[in-house]
Design a protein around this ligand. Structure first.
Ligand code: GLC
Length: 734
């Protein structure tokens, strides 16, 4: 009784104090106060219950604010390529709003393929403006999980196989989003490199692989991008779920990297109250709830970081300092977003956003093969162009899982080509049928596969050239969340159809719309191949601009295309290496992911990381450094000339790789440490200059659990791809 009285007295006193304090324009509401002061003041006004409320969902895509203090809720939305339509309060269903059809930007594999960080910033600004306009405080993206296997259903959402490329491209995206007063949420932290058993698969790997391959993009997002939130992944790392993993979240993220933002679960990624409390989780979001009443099984108030958390705090089993740290981080995010002074208002579906989407799409398209100068095909060159394939007309902005979008518009490849060449010169035949799209499209089962096939061959026979537009399509098992691909080859009989078309017409270009590498049995038979990603609302215009030559392609592959799946590192060590035995998985290729594997094992990929052709040609001068010897804290200034030796203006993503021939540990043959997209007019020469910090030549030393640069020789090379080294230069590190 006495305790209750004391508590009541404190509450009344507190309220009286507050009321009087509140009259003096309280600090937490004062826009002129620094964020940290506002956090401190708000925290001091909140009882435990209000702090616990901050730590979990109140609906499918929102978490609590502090209504009594006028501190707003946090509203979140997918996704990395555009702002998802409004979802109902407590289900995955669409709310059916009519004001939420967005601009779809290209998938992040396309953004990575531009090798253009400035474009990444423009992308972030544009998508951030749309998230702000839709009144979202957290945009649930970008994703930077490393491309370890071509089977991963979600590779299309990420930035490829190289940690340096992903690091350089993720930072400007985050900065662009956050300048709108919207938090980016880099995901999925970490080791979510497949969809098979994603909810629990326990990843085992070496410290070197963890730190050298899988963490750098997240580290850059935190230390350089200053990302305000991060999403834990569903899988486990060394026996602990990543949404509450002591090593990842406490030691590395909040300890070493000094992350001051908020860790959010993936939806339903929390599994234990004490671990969620003590292992670094801040906000628990979820999938299984009836948030309308706590009586329902697993209602929001029953979440691990809801009532059960409060109970542990009350018994003292979890110290209040743990709660205060979470609440401070969440309040900090609110003061950076919803309560940001002079917060911009954003914009939604405007010409600027369309031109950004178009620019990223154009610069990300990769020309893989172009024999006999097949491309560009200027308008008027041919009377009849056959466009064949379902991906020429199918929407690729919907589907794929949580990154699915309801768009204001989407220019299909066929529409783009018809607009460009004139409908009298384009004849379309679907050729093959896949699973049902979300729109009320004719079910393939009603279509006779043979008649589609035969009609397409007939169309090809009567045309001057053929543009086969196929690939994958973000249906289940075809580049989609929740499931990995079942085969490396193209689905729906595309390979057979391409072979049949080639029998009646040799002039065939294959244009792949996908987010993953695929087998190419026809690679020698077709004169031209284009890797066109999921390109978003402006996709058809970007494809038309590149194919007709208005835009000179400059994209380069952010991941390797193996000839066959068995050539891939993760697929070279049996089931335990991929997809695991349903409980454990062992990353046996260790640090040799992607080109690191192909180089070191001398396996020739179909198309290499960093590879992409242009309609012009480039000549590289010999690489040089400003000195011969460097101390560990210096930067190496690299330079070489680059000449556009062709007849059209173009851009080249030049790359610099480094290697340490005599290291005391196994190191890949070479590793990307610098790149730059150089725009050159026809005939123009530029001297390209880049910097590489000596400290970035380090390997992760498992003995000392820190980064080590050994003295001795390092070799730097300039290259147009990981498989095309132009010249080398050796330096000494003291
Ligand atoms: C999904 C995805 C995650 C997404 C979240 C909300 O399971 O893994 O990327 O942001 O749930 O839709």
């Amino acid at each position: 009784m006495k305790k209750l009285k004391t508590t009541l007295l404190c509450l009344i006193a507190g309220t009286v104090l507050q009321t009087s304090a509140q009259n003096m324009n309280p600090i937490y509401l004062d826009n002129n106060q620094p964020v940290e002061k506002r956090v401190e003041d708000a925290l001091s006004r909140m009882p435990m219950e209000e702090k616990v409320e901050l730590c979990h969902a109140q609906s499918k895509f929102s978490s609590h604010g502090v209504p009594r203090l006028g501190i707003p809720e946090i509203w979140m939305s997918d996704g990395p390529h555009g702002v998802r339509e409004e979802i109902l309060w407590d289900s995955w269903s669409a709310a059916g709003w009519t004001n939420d059809s967005c601009t779809a930007y290209p998938a992040l594999t396309c953004l990575a393929a531009t090798f253009n960080p400035e474009l990444s910033h423009a992308y972030g600004v544009a998508i951030g403006e749309e998230a702000r306009y839709r009144r979202k405080d957290i945009l649930l993206g970008p994703g930077v999980n490393i491309y370890r296997t071509p089977m991963n259903g979600r590779n299309f959402e990420y930035m490829g196989e190289d940690p340096y490329l992903a690091s350089q491209m993720v930072v400007p995206y985050i900065q662009g989003v956050q300048q709108n007063g919207v938090s980016a949420c880099v995901k999925h932290f970490a080791l979510n490199n497949q969809e098979e058993w994603r909810g629990h698969i326990n990843v085992n790997l070496s410290d070197r692989a963890l730190h050298e391959i899988y963490l750098p993009a997240f580290k850059a997002a935190v230390e350089e991008g200053h990302v305000w939130s991060i999403m834990g992944s569903y899988n486990q790392l060394r026996g602990e779920h990543c949404c509450h993993n002591d090593l990842l979240l406490n030691k590395i993220l909040k300890g070493n990297w000094k992350f001051d933002g908020v860790v959010v679960t993936d939806w339903g990624g929390a599994h234990d109250t004490k671990q969620a409390a003590l292992n670094g989780l801040d906000i628990e979001m979820g999938s299984y709830t009836n948030g309308l009443s706590s009586k329902a099984k697993f209602g929001y108030e029953d979440y691990y970081l809801a009532k059960p958390f409060l109970a542990l705090l009350k018994t003292g089993e979890v110290p209040v300092s743990v709660l205060n740290d979470k609440a401070s981080r969440i309040l900090r995010l609110i003061f950076r977003t919803a309560m940001m002074p002079n917060r911009p208002y954003g914009r939604f579906v405007c010409p600027d956003h369309s031109s950004t989407a178009l620019k990223v799409a154009e610069e990300g398209i990769v020309l893989l093969k172009n024999d006999r100068q097949f491309f560009p095909v200027p308008t008027g060159k041919y009377q009849k162009i056959a466009v064949i394939g379902e991906n020429a007309t199918r929407s690729v902005t919907e589907g794929g899982g949580s990154s699915t979008l309801k768009v204001k518009y989407e220019v299909s490849p066929l529409e783009g080509l018809v607009a460009r060449y004139g409908k009298e010169h384009i004849v379309y035949s679907m050729g093959y049928a896949s699973g049902p799209s979300l729109y009320d499209r004719e079910e393939p089962s009603k279509m006779n596969t043979d008649s589609l096939f035969n009609a397409a061959v007939e169309t090809a026979k009567n045309a001057d050239v053929v543009c086969f537009i196929g690939g994958l399509n973000k249906n289940h098992f075809q580049d989609a969340e929740g499931g990995d691909r079942k085969s490396y080859g193209l689905p729906f009989g595309q390979d057979k159809l391409i072979e049949a078309i080639l029998k009646v017409n040799k002039n065939v270009a294959v244009i792949l719309i996908s987010g993953n590498a695929v087998a190419m049995p026809w690679v020698k038979d077709v004169p031209a191949i284009v890797q066109a990603w999921y390109l978003g609302s402006e996709g058809g215009n970007a494809i038309a601009n590149v194919l007709c030559g208005e835009t000179n392609p400059s994209g380069k592959l952010p991941f390797s295309f193996p000839v066959k799946l068995e050539d891939n590192a993760a697929h070279s060590f049996g089931k335990l290496s991929y997809p695991g035995d349903s409980i454990n998985e062992y990353y046996k290729e260790d640090i040799l992911v992607g080109y690191r594997w192909f180089d070191t094992k001398k396996i020739k990929p179909q198309f290499a990381f960093g590879y992409g052709l242009s309609y012009t040609t480039f000549e590289y001068g010999k690489i040089a450094t400003d000195k011969k010897t460097y101390s560990p804290d210096e930067a190496i200034r690299v330079s070489f000339t680059l000449k556009n030796t062709g007849k059209v203006d173009g851009a080249e993503a030049v790359q610099v790789y480094t290697s340490q021939p005599k290291a005391s540990v196994m190191r890949p043959e070479k590793e990307l440490k610098a790149f730059k997209k150089v725009f050159l007019k026809a005939g123009e020469t530029q001297t390209v200059e880049m910097e590489i910090k000596v400290k970035d030549l380090a390997f992760y030393n498992e003995a000392t659990q820190s980064w080590t640069v050994e003295p001795g020789e390092f070799v730097l090379c300039n290259a147009s791809s990981s498989a095309d080294v132009k010249s080398k230069v050796a330096i000494q590190v003291q």
